[in-house]
Design a protein around this ligand. Structure first.
Ligand code: SIN
Length: 539
């Protein structure tokens, strides 16, 4: 058992958590707590890459404009300025840590400095006005980054540098004293042993919550633990109604979904319905590169029309060497499922992918609780607004991990985050609310299990929502929460976290009576100016 007192306690070992740890190690002792192995995280599965304005003709302003436009009026402009302006430097830092981004054929390797970035191969994805996505290993960007960072952390620990890693350990309670985070209570998954740790700074970088839904591109560890933990401790949680569904995940009965990167459509792949017709131009002028929510709803409509569980992704018109060079990982996956993507059409359907909402932070990762920080997918600084621009998430983790560490070193200006909220609505019109207790009036009550929860969320809180189903879901979730026995082990703690995050998502979705970005209400299909504000929930 490691020592119990640290300068930094980092929860989560995706790119956000590892970045914080690597940047903080020069300033104090660091403990990383992670629920699985150190490399079990969403980052690993990121295929698309990192968006940054490094290419010829691109600029921070253009990247900013595309991000704000995808965010459908709910991005914090200042946060997006921070994101886009810091992109090129953060990418350079990754190269210094050993991430080799793919380069144009024949451009040579070159030293990892800013001057060489023009030779990096840049891909295009939906809603970007130009090619600006850096990738590594073709479609294995996340894996390359995660490996480079874990290797750095490994080197650190071997050299007796101050990073301690505690795997298979779940944080169960945030210790708060006098309004300040002081540490964590944890449980070790295989022994059930409980342990407390104290720290000067606690950073939640626990990633997303794709496991709330029946179909997801996320790994099994993505259960929203940090959001639930922070909410129970009194942190503000924002924008939870905005959850992004990726339009194209592999769909075959008996197999888990697997991401079919948007970069495939960026290279020219086309979505076809069961009759073989390319349908996206009927739904949006950008056709196959329309924003993700538009593509997801179009696919759902085509599936319903045809009474089918999938549509088809077609790359067969692209040269084989482009397909194999750019998508080796996807090619390998499909081959192992009996498909040759240079010839065969790939069965795809939408799947839960990315949580835009999360623990409310400012642009330095500060929450409303002193010494408690968050960055990465678990955080919400409104950098993605109502809909995240493709490949902005890895950049988000890099930029705001750095800012968290800078803040702990006293480099940030004073914050308004800690001021108690006295009113239901603030100056910006944002709505503050508590989660409602809703009595169940329901003829047949499904029994609580992870699968029942995932089914409920997929059917009622998915790509298209309506008030009746949301209210029914809120009542069922409420009843499950009230009757669930106290959590004692990893599985029950995780289920309890999922329930909490589901409640937050449903409350936000019920309250927001409009459609905007990834939140689509069939009963309120228009965007309403009066809803150009955030919903912030707390205990
Ligand atoms: C993809 O490769 O399509 C996913 C990239 C992302 O979600 O940003």
């Amino acid at each position: 058992m490691p020592k119990t007192d640290y300068d930094y306690i980092v929860v989560g070992s995706g790119i956000a958590g590892l970045n914080v740890a690597l940047l903080a190690r020069d300033h104090g002792s660091v403990l990383i707590i992670t629920k699985g192995n150190i490399d079990d995280c969403n980052t690993r599965y990121a295929q698309g890459g990192i968006a940054a304005a490094v290419g010829p003709g691109d600029s921070v302003e253009l990247h900013l404009r595309d991000t704000l436009s995808a965010g459908a009026g709910l991005c914090d402009t200042q946060a997006v300025e921070v994101l886009t302006a810091n992109g090129p430097e953060r990418v350079n830092n990754l190269m210094r840590w050993g991430v080799a981004f793919d380069r144009e054929v024949g451009s040579g390797e070159g030293p990892p400095d800013g001057a060489q970035t023009s030779q990096i191969a840049l891909g295009r994805e939906g809603a970007h006005s130009m090619a600006r996505i850096l990738h590594a290993g073709g479609d294995a960007t996340g894996m390359h980054i995660e490996l480079a960072l874990t290797e750095q952390v490994g080197r650190s620990t071997q050299n007796q540098s101050p990073i301690t890693v505690l795997e298979h350990t779940l944080a169960t309670v945030l210790i708060i004293e006098d309004g300040q985070a002081k540490g964590l209570e944890t449980i070790i998954s295989n022994t059930g042993q409980k342990c407390s740790f104290t720290g000067r700074f606690v950073v939640l970088a626990t990633g997303g919550a794709g496991q709330l839904f029946r179909y997801t591109t996320n790994p099994s560890v993505a259960t929203g633990d940090g959001v639930a933990l922070a909410f129970r401790a009194g942190a503000q949680i924002m924008d939870m109604e905005f959850y992004q569904f990726h339009p194209t995940a592999f769909r075959m009965t008996g197999f888990d979904p697997f991401l079919m990167s948007e970069a495939m459509r960026g290279e020219g792949a086309v979505l076809r319905n069961q009759e073989g017709s390319a349908f996206m131009a009927d739904y949006h002028p950008m056709a196959d590169l329309a924003p993700r929510d538009v593509v997801s709803r179009a696919i759902a409509a085509e599936m319903e029309k045809a009474g089918s569980d999938e549509v088809l992704l077609d790359l067969s018109h692209l040269p084989s060497q482009v397909i194999l060079g750019r998508f080796p990982n996807i090619h390998h996956f499909c081959q192992s499922h009996g498909l040759d993507i240079t010839k065969d059409l790939i069965p795809v359907a939408p799947a839960a992918h990315y949580m835009m909402g999360g623990i409310r932070t400012d642009t330095w990762g500060r929450t409303n609780i002193r010494s408690l920080y968050s960055c990465g997918e678990s955080a919400c600084a409104a950098v993605h607004g109502a809909n995240r621009l493709a490949s902005n998430s890895l950049l988000d983790t890099l930029v705001f991990a750095q800012r968290v560490v800078d803040e702990t070193l006293g480099l940030a200006p004073a914050s308004a985050m800690y001021d108690a909220v006295k009113d239901d609505v603030d100056d910006a019109g944002n709505v503050y609310d508590t989660v409602q207790s809703r009595q169940l009036v329901c003829a047949s009550m499904p029994e609580l299990s992870v699968e029942a929860l995932q089914d409920l969320m997929w059917r009622n809180v998915g790509i298209s929502r309506n008030g009746t189903r949301l209210l029914l879901s809120a009542r069922i979730l409420n009843a499950w929460e009230r009757t669930m026995p106290e959590a004692t082990d990893l599985a029950s703690h995780t289920l309890s976290n999922l329930l909490t995050v589901a409640r937050l998502m449903v409350e936000g979705a019920l309250k927001r009576q409009e459609s905007r970005g990834a939140h689509y209400r069939m009963d309120f299909p228009e965007t309403s100016e009066s809803w150009q504000k955030h919903i912030i929930l707390s205990l």
